[in-house]
Ligand binder design. Sequence first.
Ligand code: GDP
Length: 459
Amino acid sequence: MKTDTIAAIATAVGDSGIGIVRISGDEAIEIADRVYRSKNDKKRLVDVKSHTIHYGFIYDSDELVDEVMVAVMRAPNTYTKENIVEIDCHGGILVMDQILEVIIKNGCRIAEPGEFTKRAFLNGRIDLSKAEAVMDIIHSKNEFALRSSVKQLKGAVSDKVHSLREDILYEIAFIESALDDPEHISLEGYLEKLEVRATRIHGELKKLIDSADNGKMLKDGINTVIVGKPNVGKSSLLNLLVGEEKAIVTSVAGTTRDVLEESIRLNGVGLNIIDTAGIRNTEDEVEKIGVEKARKYAEDADLVIYVVDASCALDENDEEIMEMITDKKVIVLLNKSDLEQVVSEDRIIKKLTHVSVIKTSTKENTGIDEFENVIKRLFFGGEIAVNDQIYITNQRHKEALREAYESMEMVLHSLADQMPEDFYSIDLMSAYASLGRIIGEEVGEDLVNEIFSKFCMGK
Ligand code: GDP
């Protein structure tokens, strides 16, 4: 298939040491040759070996544009499986723009966002989940997200999906051929075997779907909200966690009026923490808005940190806060534990059943280690095993897995209802198709275009 040749600036736009302008397509090398001159003007890029790099200059007709290094890579062993030329130039936006312009003038067009990676996908070098991993690598916000995306690019998700699809396909093929050729292939005892295998596939899909919640939190951070009455030490806690003074710490009740947001990392786990205004019944208008927000944020949070001043008796405001957070994952900090304690742990456990209570002093920096461990236990069973577990971090994959899971559930229902053999193929087929969408089989052009349009230019 002959495709047009595309070009784009592949590096960040902004003044930097080096910029890269990338060209891909059948005519990439010829086009580059038209604008490139070697030092002695004798070398032609069309004659050089593949995967070599060449010093020289870019010219716009007779006008020198920049001094460059040019990498020439011939199809098919390239990022897009097409001929690729990468021009290493100086990193200024003006010079990169000029080089791009000269190349365009000489016969190619500007690439759409993500078009290089889209070509890699369309030309069969990578599947869709790997293409998506490329974008995730670029946008990784933390080390977990990066490691997980690199694993996905290497095929962790694709391999798992391929293997589940193979297992499903085996069953479909077996049923179909037995129905076609009952004389030679017997279905006797087959449904018992199918039940065992379908249960296993169903379980594996469930595990992958469950990993998505942890995966999302590991990738984007746990949405955490700090609640508690004014003056109990919420801002002090946040400051301690963040390690710098962002919130105003003061001993006048009700001064943290609006919400503050911080992203922090504790032992590899990201927390997106919102410090809310102290929750209490208030007539002050500005404070009221803060309190409303706190309620709202607490509703949406993955984790609520409820800070109590353990040196002051609980009151009706605390009762109200506890009402508000009974259904959430909650860690209660009995803060100011350096002072004389009047609040007992039992009182809180009675009210909030699934809760961890930790004594802390943000003043003396005690209890914070335990707090970190409890977070890990609460969310990741104490361990974050990035090395061998696959975490699904992509919402599209999660949806496809859920559909496959539901189809397998139908298979199990049909088995329980002792339906005849010809009944199973349809649900097995739809599980197979749903899984196929993850790797880019069974997806329409619209979806492909939508996915790649979210990429950055030049990728
Ligand atoms: P917030 O209104 O809940 O955000 O509370 P702040 O963090 O502003 O703290 C209120 C007051 O309590 C300040 O004077 C802090 O110095 C003090 N405080 C915070 N944590 C502790 C603690 O662990 N022990 C003691 N003794 N005082 C604390």
